[in-house]
Design a protein. Structure first.
Length: 312
């Protein structure tokens, strides 16, 4: 599940591609991790004006201050975010009927992704840029969260519909000169792992580690320990593992106040009866029964790293 976007916690020197990551080794940090690419070209001088590629890309069309493009390729929601970000753009954030009608006219007969989802808090749809506009075009009965639908499609008729983030549809990209896409985490380029129904990528780690060692390993590839948004995701992750695994939930910073490693405001939990115990058991595991248990953070367990399309 996506957390609240903040600066990445990985320590880098210069551009994102200049970060160093520990490569895979037998049972060591970086297990099955992707490798860093070659260094990126030199960054522009600090005083150079910011000019995203989408501002001059002729495939984008003008509508007021912003520019738009429908990418003619069906991809899942996270990949749609990546595709727009490659141009310096973001999935469309629709503020008005006029903007909605303009984009509808560009769609033709097929649906397309826009940048609205409830991956952070189930039932609360938010724009991926953090925009707070209240404009919506869901018809009656929608969004209905059918089978855990967390992402939003602009339909050819102009109405919106929540859909499974794993569905493959075209992205509608919006070029905003004030927007700066965050760097793409290294885990987004990995060929390993699997995709949850939420669209998030998950990387299983079978070598038992302490909670902090597990979180450090996930951060080394731009990921984080899995953050569970709702009952559907809890059941799906649980179904992938036969033994308890660490999840990114802890009250080590403040006894009795469990928080997610991404600072997500989600309040979903599935504690075993009688827990958490509010003692020295400060970290949470997802058990094979689907319930959670608080245990000492120094225990060793398998875990799963969750990869979002932007740094956690």
């Amino acid at each position: 599940m996506r957390g609240i976007r903040a600066a990445a916690s990985i320590v880098c020197l210069g551009a994102w591609a200049g970060c160093t990551f520990e490569g895979p080794s037998a049972g060591g940090p970086g297990e099955d991790a992707p490798q860093a690419d070659a260094p990126a070209p030199d960054a522009p001088a600090p005083d150079a004006p910011y000019a995203p590629a989408c501002m001059t890309d002729p495939s984008y069309s003008n509508n007021g201050e912003h520019r738009y493009k429908v990418i003619p390729r069906d991809v899942d929601y996270d990949t749609a975010i990546d595709a727009c970000g490659a141009d310096g753009a973001h999935l469309a954030v629709i503020d008005s009927s006029e903007e909605n009608d303009y984009l509808r006219a560009r769609l033709g007969a097929n649906d397309a992704w826009i940048g609205l989802d409830d991956l952070t808090v189930d039932g609360t749809f938010r724009w991926i840029t953090g925009a707070t506009g209240a404009f919506r075009r869901f018809p009656g009965g929608e969004p209905n969260d059918y089978n855990g639908e967390d992402c939003t499609l602009l339909q050819s008729g102009g109405s919106w519909n929540d859909a499974g983030c794993e569905y493959e549809r075209r992205p509608v990209c919006e070029c905003d000169p004030a927007y700066r896409p965050p760097p793409t985490p290294l885990c987004r380029t990995a060929a390993t792992g699997f995709v949850l129904e939420s669209g998030r990528r998950l990387f299983p780690r079978t070598t038992p580690r302490t909670w902090q060692e597990a979180e450090d390993d996930c951060r080394s590839i731009g990921a984080h320990l899995v953050v569970v948004a709702d009952a559907d995701e809890n059941a799906e992750v649980d179904g992938r593992f036969s033994d308890p695994i660490w999840i990114g939930y802890t009250d080590a910073a403040s006894e009795g106040q469990f928080t997610w490693v991404t600072s997500s405001p989600s309040t979903f939990h599935r504690w075993t009866s009688g827990t958490p115990t509010n003692d020295l058991a400060d970290c949470a595991v997802l058990q094979s029964s689907g319930t959670w248990l608080d245990v000492p953070c120094g225990d060793s367990h398998a875990y799963a790293c969750e990869c979002d399309p932007a740094p956690p």
